[in-house]
Write a new protein. Structure first.
Lengths: 159, 483
């Protein structure tokens, strides 16, 4: 696999973050090659640190002529990556995301990406969609499963 | 949603066409539903995505989740459909409330078409009650006859007559209204209701304002409902009004889906789509249900040009066609069928012998008269023989005219067409027939002296015998119809 992509994927676990990082990398390179010196990219400290963390030899492979081609190749490579969709009831912070991502990569696929979706209707727990199969391990599903018993239980308290 | 379910995510979408990723075991004609309850139908499966046609209006966004529905593209069928109007997904649209589904069968819209081993020779005539059709261009039960003509040439009126005339015959009528305005569907229901024809009819309609994929499904649903009644041993009349709109809707869908356009921008498989539909009609053996489906696809022509792609395609996949002309309609000929350009390829084998011989004779006179017409315009005095042919042609054309909402019983049709060959109508002009046609029809139905003639037609062998028998009725008729 592409060396650059491997580097990016090392600490990028979600699809959204991957797309964001690719965009800032591309903007930064385009500014370097084609922009004026006065132009400044409005990036947060986190993004600036990430850009700085990319090793110099990887930056050196880019030039004015190949920058667009490399990015279109990268996008093609990314479209081939496996994506695990996770439905959560909360928005995970970066540490939680990295923990889940690292665990998933270790268990299933070293290049796996996470697609985090919010669904408060799940109440608690999580649901996954993997290769077109949706598996619901949430409290909502458990309640649905045991709906008749729960209703029966409630009925006992009805006057 | 169940604990484990197949899902897919929108990759891209264009109007009602959506491409989804996921669904590992999806098949064509499976149904999918979005989180916002918009249903779609799987039209094709590609290498890395599936193509879905949306049946409900609304916006679909990229990355939206779709789940697979347990049901496939199907409609619930049963006797409860009689007298009702439904949309192609089986939802009632006539405001009469929910369908009673206690005895409902669930039938998929796409089913393998019964092969040759399930079919039998078409041997029974499909009586329309319209003299011109039953005598000159007869239809058989299980035949596919294309109805084509200009706008305002009386096609819809003719089709309504056909349905109304099936009263008390046991024939079930299915009317598939494809992309017509909702007002037209409403008035169709009203006409059928006021003529008490709704009790044995089912209307399947998708109006022009509905999504194209839903309109596209109308003929499939109509055939599925027709097959239900056919499998119960019933004779079914199926009208598809019209397949020209259906072709245009399919063209719209295909162009949106980036399929290569062919002649007149229709996709290459438009012939397959129509042929695949019409092969579902036929006369079936008892093992396959025993009933029959007589299909009448309709197509509206532009400026009477029937040489364009869709009409010629349909002509080649049907067993004949009835060509309606607006010109004839405005001249007062109802039904406005052009006899010389209409054909029935299987109906003649179902006709009784006398009617068959009689219709051959009439066709001969009409064609001779057509040849002589040009000559007659230039000459002052015509030989007697020519005059007789032209006179008979006028008489026949007058006898073939039929008012809307009227049915002529089979024996009366034969009698009317044999009359020009008897002495009774010698020297009588067209105006005489115009005045007395109804009296003649009534006389053969009720007059005790003439009833025996109407009843004996079945036992006769040749048209000459029949004409001789009618000669005997001359004096009675002369009394009834004063000159």
């Amino acid at each position: 696999m592409n060396n650059l992509l491997n580097t990016i994927l090392k600490d990028t676990f979600s699809v959204n973050l991957l797309k964001h990082r690719l965009r800032i990398l591309k903007s930064n390179l385009l500014k370097t090659f084609f922009g004026s010196n006065q132009e400044e990219l409005s990036l947060c400290a986190e993004d600036i640190n990430w850009l700085k963390s990319i090793p110099l030899p990887l930056y050196q492979q880019f030039d004015k002529d190949n920058v667009y081609q490399i990015f279109s190749n990268l996008e093609m490579e990314i479209s081939k990556l496996k994506v695990l969709t996770i439905y959560l009831t909360f928005e995970p912070d970066e540490i939680t995301l990295s923990q889940i991502g690292a665990f998933a990569r270790k268990t299933f696929d070293p290049t796996l990406l996470l697609d985090i979706k919010l669904n408060p209707n799940l109440i608690a727990g999580t649901a996954f969609a993997w290769k077109g199969i949706y598996k619901d391990y949430s409290l909502h599903a458990k309640i649905e499963e045991k709906k008749p018993e729960i209703l029966e239980g409630f009925k006992r308290f009805l006057r | 949603m169940n604990q484990t379910q197949e899902v897919g995510y929108v990759v891209s979408n264009r109007d009602f066409l959506v491409y989804l990723d996921g669904f590992p075991s999806i098949r064509i004609n499976d149904m999918v539903e979005s989180e916002t309850s918009q249903r779609g139908w799987v039209n094709s499966t590609l290498q890395d995505k599936i193509e879905v046609l949306m049946l409900d209006e609304g916006t679909v966004k990229p990355k939206q989740q779709f789940k697979k529905l347990p049901s496939r593209l199907a409609v619930s069928v049963g006797d409860f459909l009689l007298g009702r109007a439904i949309n192609p997904l089986g939802i009632p649209i006539d405001g009469k409330g929910l369908l009673s589904k206690t005895k409902a069968d669930y039938s998929e819209l796409e089913q393998p078409v019964p092969g040759i081993e399930s079919r039998q020779f078409i041997s029974n005539q499909f009586l329309t009650g319209i003299t011109l059709v039953d005598s000159l261009i007869p239809l058989g039960k299980g035949q596919r006859e294309l109805v084509l003509g200009d706008a305002h040439s009386g096609k819809t009126g003719f089709l309504l007559d056909l349905i109304i005339n099936q009263k008390n015959t046991g024939v079930i009528c299915i009317y598939g209204s494809i992309g017509k305005p909702s007002v037209a569907v409403r008035s169709l229901i009203d006409v059928l209701k006021s003529n008490k024809a709704l009790d044995y009819s089912v209307i399947i309609a998708a109006s022009s304002s509905e999504p194209a994929p839903l309109i596209f499904l109308t003929p499939k649903t109509a055939f599925t409902v027709a097959e239900y009644f056919q499998k119960k041993g019933k004779d079914v009349l199926l009208i598809l009004d019209d397949l020209g709109t259906h072709a245009k809707i399919y063209r719209e869908m295909a162009l949106l889906g980036n399929k290569a356009p062919g002649r007149e921008s229709y996709p290459g498989d438009i012939f397959y789509q129509h042929a695949h539909l019409l092969e579902r009609a036929g006369n079936f053996l008892p093992g396959a249900g025993g009933g029959s489906i007589t299909a009448l696809p309709v197509i509206e022509l532009n400026l009477n040009d029937f040489t364009t792609l869709i009409p010629t395609n349909l002509m080649s996949m049907t067993d004949g066609h009835l060509l309606f002309k607006a010109g004839l309609h405005s001249q007062g000929q109802t039904p406005a069928i052009d006899i010389s350009l209409s054909v029935s390829r299987v109906g003649r084998q179902t006709q009784d012998r006398v009617s068959n011989l009689l219709s051959t004779k009439i066709r001969q006179i009409l064609s001779e008269a057509a040849d002589l017409e040009t000559v007659s315009r230039f000459s002052q005095e015509l030989p007697l023989e020519t005059q007789l042919i032209l006179e008979r042609r006028d008489q026949i054309m007058e006898l073939l005219k039929q008012e809307p909402f009227t049915a002529t019983p089979k024996p009366i049709q034969a009698i009317l067409l044999a009359l020009p060959f008897t002495g009774f109508l010698k020297d009588k002009d067209q105006a005489f027939l115009e005045r007395n046609k109804k009296i003649l029809e009534q006389a053969f139905l009720t007059n005790p002296g003439l009833l025996s003639i109407s009843r004996s037609i079945k036992n006769l062998k040749t048209d000459t015998e029949f004409i001789k028998l009618l000669e005997g009725a001359g004096p009675v008729l002369a009394k009834l119809c004063p000159a």
